[in-house]
Design a binder for this molecule. Structure first.
Ligand SMILES: [Zn+2]
Length: 51
């Protein structure tokens, strides 16, 4: 499991590890919806603010 940071508030997001590109995750700190994109590596995810 990897740790990712919220692109909006920089809080640590704890992901389950089964997120994939196209999923949306929710930041409980700033109430933002974060869209998951695939990163360069296959196991790398990119998080983008979707508000
Ligand atoms: Zn946040």
């Amino acid at each position: 499991m990897k740790d990712y940071k919220c692109p909006v508030c920089d809080a640590e997001l704890i992901l389950d590890g089964d997120e994939r590109a196209g999923d949306a995750v929710y930041c409980s700190f700033c109430n933002s919806t974060i869209k998951v994109y695939s990163g360069k590596a296959s196991d790398d995810l990119k998080l983008v603010d979707d508000n």
